[in-house]
Design a protein around this ligand. Structure first.
Ligand code: AMP
Length: 303
């Protein structure tokens, strides 16, 4: 079944202990849609400026991503500049230039209004609300956000959180959102705001997936080479939602959510092996299946 994503498409300038790149392609919707495209048909909603590379747009189209919701506007593409220290779990923002996102008012193509699975990727919560209002009775809606929006737009963020089923968020951000340091308590607090499931992304420490009465913990795959953690969170979300959308449409069971978490973890583990979308572009279903097997081996034990 189809999966819609709204989020940023960006140029990223990134410094990490392992290298530095200027204005490479990034953005939450870019990483999400690429990751999800290995599992389900994806519909993308975003905006770029005329400076955005045509080759990237062609590459997304080649992966079967529906780009009818992508606007190419006069002006510059969103630009994020950030750095990581040895603790790759924390992205430090140096600069956020919204550019064409400043006046983006998306009108969904008619064909998109019936999409059953929806991911409100990291972007202005007012845009997330706007998109949600245009979709007719979705089956499942998940949302991501980050410190920038928690600080800049807390009212609309609360409002959109109230209306989604799942919040997928990283650990520093759920602490900031809830004022709770303990992640289990923080997740419970988010569940009192509306959603019935919270997925906390913990970088190299993996993922905690919480719902009423259930906790599932997935490790991150222990890689030898990590170049750039940028996009890992969105690739996780793409694999997670992509798997849920790939099923026949019945309500997911707890085990479906667990497998979705492992698909997300497997795909995200490839993203960090190179800068930008380089590694994610060339994956195969076999690569993903092999990494899922490796995850099974990693956590299998007997008592
Ligand atoms: P993550 O997957 O969490 O590492 O997110 C990485 C992506 O988030 C980068 O490619 C950035 O372009 C994008 N990004 C950074 N800041 C923002 C923001 N304020 N709104 C939307 N996207 C952002």
């Amino acid at each position: 079944m189809s999966l819609l994503v709204v989020g940023s498409m960006a140029f990223d300038s990134i410094k990490s202990p392992f290298g530095e790149v200027e204005r490479v392609v990034g953005g939450s919707a870019t990483y999400f849609s690429l990751a999800a495209s290995y599992l389900a048909p994806v519909r993308l909603v975003s905006v770029v400026g005329r400076d955005f590379p045509k080759e990237t747009i062609d590459m997304l189209r080649t992966r079967g991503i529906d780009l009818r919701g992508l606007k190419i506007a006069e002006g510059d593409t969103f630009h994020w500049k950030g750095y990581y220290e040895y603790d790759l779990n924390i992205a430090h923002t140096v600069k956020t230039e919204l550019n064409v996102f400043q006046d983006f008012a998306p009108v969904l193509p008619d064909a998109y209004r019936e999409t059953p699975y929806v991911f409100l990727g990291n972007i202005d919560p007012r845009l997330q609300l706007d998109i949600l209002a245009q979709i007719r009775s979705p089956k499942l809606v998940a949302l991501d956000t980050m410190n920038f929006w928690i600080e800049k737009s807390p009212g609309p963020l609360r409002e959109v959180i109230r209306n989604v089923d799942i919040v997928v968020i990283n650990e520093a951000e759920i602490r900031e959102l809830t004022g709770e340091f303990n992640l289990v308590r923080a997740a419970r607090k988010v569940m009192t705001m509306g959603p019935d499931r919270v997925v906390v992304k913990r970088g190299e420490y993996g993922v905690l997936h919480l719902s009423d009465g259930e906790i599932f913990a997935a490790p991150a795959y222990p890689l030898e080479t990590i170049f750039d953690p940028t996009g890992a969170g969105d690739s996780f979300a793409g694999g997670f939602m992509g798997y849920l959308a790939s099923r026949d449409g019945a309500a997911p069971t707890e085990m479906d959510y667990r497998l979705a978490t492992m698909y997300g973890s497997a795909i995200a583990s490839f993203t960090v092996e190179a800068f930008s979308t380089e590694r994610l572009e060339g994956l195969t279903r076999d690569d993903i299946a092999t990494r899922l097997e490796a995850f099974l081996a990693l956590t299998r034990f007997t008592v």
